[in-house]
Design a protein around this ligand. Structure first.
Ligand code: IMP
Ligand code: MG
Length: 188
């Protein structure tokens, strides 16, 4: 088996290397831990948005110094809304009832904003004790709807990125860095 040690051919350039990401996640975890200080395990739920947020969720949750539970939801994939109408569907809901609990959404990237604004609307209707959102990446130039974000990792330019959980056609998710892919990859 060939193990890849150099950059894959599909990668155009690395925007955020592993150390930079890990440092920022440490800072975000410290800030969140301070904000939720004194909270009880059963009252604080991190909800990760599958699949893209699974790595960020794993890193962030392990760096929190406050007790918390983890749960996941799955929303319709980007491809389903290629027409950019902003239609988002829930594919899988949380197991935990979020009503009356402090909820922190953990998402990979804020792009047009449709996904997070949908999710925040759905979750607010369930009347959590509080609702906040953490996102590792944001592409501000792409925004169609305004979305409240409480903890943001990095702002990036309007390019398709992969790695650290993010994919292109379900590839590249486990790259430890965040990289732009060559146009030739999605023009295929
Ligand atoms: P939004 O609804 O347009 O804000 O899109 C958010 C979702 O689109 C994210 O949860 C990602 O799954 C996906 N997405 C947007 N931009 C990228 C990207 O550059 N790489 C990988 N996925 C992306
Ligand atoms: Mg996503």
């Amino acid at each position: 088996m060939m193990i890849e040690t150099s950059l894959p051919d599909s990668v155009e350039r690395v925007l955020l290397d592993e150390a930079t990401i890990q440092q920022r996640v440490r800072e975000m975890a410290a800030e969140i831990s301070a904000d939720y200080k004194g909270i009880r395990n059963e009252d604080f739920i991190l909800v990760g948005v599958l699949k893209g947020a699974f790595i960020f969720m794993a890193d962030l949750s392990r760096r929190l110094t406050v007790p918390h539970r983890v749960d996941f939801i799955a929303l319709s994939s980007y491809a389903d809304k290629a027409d950019a109408t902003g239609a988002v569907r829930m594919i899988m809901d949380t197991r935990t009832d979020i009503t009356g609990r402090h909820v922190l959404i953990v998402e990979d990237i804020l792009d047009t904003g449709y996904t997070l604004s949908y999710l925040q609307r759905v979750f607010k209707a369930r009347q959590p004790a509080s609702l906040k959102t953490s996102v590792i990446l944001s592409k501000p130039d792409r925004r169609q709807v305004e979305v409240q974000v409480d903890y943001l990792g990095f702002e990036i330019p309007n390019v398709w990125v992969v790695g650290y959980g993010l994919d292109f056609a379900d590839r590249f998710r486990t790259l430890p860095y965040i990289a732009a892919i060559k146009p030739s990859v999605y023009e295929k």
